[in-house]
Ligand binder design. Sequence first.
Ligand SMILES: NC(=O)C1=CN([C@@H]2O[C@H](COP(=O)(O)OP(=O)(O)OC[C@H]3O[C@@H](n4cnc5c(N)ncnc54)[C@H](O)[C@@H]3O)[C@@H](O)[C@H]2O)[C@@H](O)CC1
Ligand SMILES: Nc1ncnc2c1ncn2[C@@H]1O[C@H](COP(=O)(O)OP(=O)(O)O)[C@@H](O)[C@H]1O
Length: 290
Amino acid sequence: MKTLDALDYIGKLARKPDAHKGNTGKALLIGGAPTMAGALILAGKSALHSGAGLTLLMMLDPRSLGVVTNQPELMMHDANQQQPDEALSIIKPTIIAIGPGIGISELARAWLHAALNRLGPLIIDADALNLVATHPDLLELLRQRTSPTTLTPHPGEAARLLSCHTDQVQEDREGAIHALVRLTHAVVVLKGHHTLIAGPGYETVICMQGNPGMAVGGMGDTLTGCIAGIAAQGLTREMNLFDATCLAVQLHAMGGDQLVKKQSGPIGLTPSELSLEIRSLINHWLSQHI
Ligand SMILES: NC(=O)C1=CN([C@@H]2O[C@H](COP(=O)(O)OP(=O)(O)OC[C@H]3O[C@@H](n4cnc5c(N)ncnc54)[C@H](O)[C@@H]3O)[C@@H](O)[C@H]2O)[C@@H](O)CC1
Ligand SMILES: Nc1ncnc2c1ncn2[C@@H]1O[C@H](COP(=O)(O)OP(=O)(O)O)[C@@H](O)[C@H]1O
């Protein structure tokens, strides 16, 4: 197992003078069921601040479509008003992330089915992972995918996928992540203290950064948005989804550590602040190296 060291990939995010929003990546994030719109909005803000050219939110709760007035850059879509397969083929996202606050309704299942069926890179998080754990047809679709896929389970979600107890995952995190890769054929991020990343054909890496100030609701949504934002830009610039995933995990953990250094944590550290810190880290690195 090697230590995560992915910062050099930031170089691939450098903008050419003639860059435009059509070639800086389109991230589509799907989730935000009633009571959990915040999860999708946090993921959206994170994708935006990580540099995605366009960030679209496909929101399952129609009443929450108007709640992001403080971030009008996010493009809001009502998941109830569209046929999932048709909408995905019209939007043509560079990357889809599905799960933050999505819940386990029939509507959530329909969007996940469409996302799994579509050719193109995909990130699966939160309740979308729980749906995979409880629907063998969705697991089979995931296993058969030919496009790059990243799963971001916390230990509780990992345990549901592996039909075991969370304690068993935590007792042998390396064994658990390998079992998840074998089960799903995807890149897997096993979150928590010392996050692990593994995937078919890749050496497992361990993130030695991050801190307990990040133990607050919405931190995982922020990671999912960050992977989406980095991948949206990087996938068209010789960065694959595994590399984008590694870079986002490291930026997310380093951002948390920076905020603690600035005494914005560990107590009271928020996912919204972390998105802005990740933006600073990316731009600082670019200003030093490019
Ligand atoms: N602002 C919002 O609207 C938020 C909505 N959220 C959504 O809420 C839904 C439910 O997600 P939850 O993750 O809260 O609930 P879950 O029941 O899936 O997982 C929580 C449990 O998993 C275990 N667990 C998680 N991380 C662990 C770790 N590092 N070590 C050991 N055990 C660990 C613990 O037993 C914990 O109680 C998701 O759809 C999620 O996106 C959350 O993301 C929080 C913020
Ligand atoms: N003690 C910790 N040390 C390092 N990272 C942590 C710690 N606690 C939480 N994190 C990170 O914060 C994020 C929490 O994700 P998750 O549990 O999915 O949150 P949520 O579902 O509330 O958005 C993960 O990236 C995890 O690695």
